[in-house]
Design a protein around this ligand. Structure first.
Ligand code: GLN
Length: 186
C-alpha cells in the first residue's frame, strides 16, 4: 500500500523538534525530522521550529542546506515558529541577520524585552508559550493576521506560508489549532 499521508518535515538542526510529533500525527499526517538535502526533498511541507535562529543559520550554512531549503520553500507550505518565524521574515532587526524572506514582514528579535521574557498566554482559547519571542514590527497589507497579542500580530499567514511568534507545540492537547490550520494548507 502506498503511503498517502502528507509528510511534515520538521527542520531538525536545533531547537524544539520532537514536541511536534504528536500534534502532527494526531492530524493524520506523518512527522519526519529533516536534516539532509534528501530529507528536505522528500517532505511535503516544513516546520521551522523554535530555538535559536543564529545557531540554525550557522548549521544551515555549515551543512550547505541553504539552496535546497530555499528551492523547496518556494514550492511548499512552510510554518516558522518563533526562531523559525525569524528565518521566514523579509527583514530581521536587533541585530540584522540573514533570512529566507518568505513573508513580507519585519521582526525584531527578543522584542518583548526582559519583563515579558517568557510566559504563557491564550491564543484563540489555546494555551501557548512565548519564549524570548520576536515582535512583528512591520507587516505588509496582504498578510493575514490570524491572532494578535498586546496589539501585535503573533500568528500570520500569506498563501501557504504561516508564522507564529509563540510556541503552540509545548501544550499537551493534541492537535493544536495551529497545527490543524497548517496541515489544512496542504
Ligand atoms: N530568541 C530566539 C532567536 O532570536 C528565538 C526564541 C525561540 O525560538 N523561542 O532566535
Amino acid at each position: 500500500m502506498t503511503n498517502t499521508k502528507p509528510v511534515i518535515g520538521v527542520l531538525a538542526l536545533q531547537g524544539a523538534v520532537m514536541p511536534h510529533k504528536q500534534h502532527i500525527e494526531s492530524c493524520g499526517a506523518e512527522f519526519r525530522t529533516v536534516k539532509t538535502a534528501k530529507d528536505i526533498e522528500d517532505a511535503d511541507a516544513y516546520i521551522l521550529p523554535g530555538g535559536e535562529s543564529t545557531t540554525m543559520l550557522k548549521l544551515i550554512d555549515n551543512f550547505g542546506l541553504w539552496d535546497v531549503l530555499n528551492d523547496n520553500f518556494a514550492k511548499k507550505p512552510v510554518w516558522g515558529i518563533c526562531a523559525g518565524s525569524i528565518l521566514m521574515a523579509q527583514t530581521v532587526t536587533n541585530p540584522a541577520q540573514k533570512s529566507f524572506g518568505l513573508l513580507p514582514m519585519t521582526v525584531q528579535r527578543n522584542g518583548y524585552g526582559r519583563q515579558l521574557d517568557s510566559h504563557h498566554t491564550e491564543i484563540n482559547g489555546y494555551t501557548v508559550s512565548l519564549i524570548r519571542a520576536p515582535v512583528i514590527t512591520e507587516i505588509a497589507n496582504d498578510v493575514e493576521i490570524l491572532a494578535s497579542y498586546d496589539d501585535t500580530p503573533v500568528w500570520v499567514q500569506k498563501g501557504n506560508k504561516m508564522a507564529s511568534t509563540f510556541h503552540p507545540e509545548l501544550t499537551m492537547e493534541y492537535p493544536s489549532p495551529m497545527h490543524k490550520a497548517f496541515i489544512d494548507l496542504l
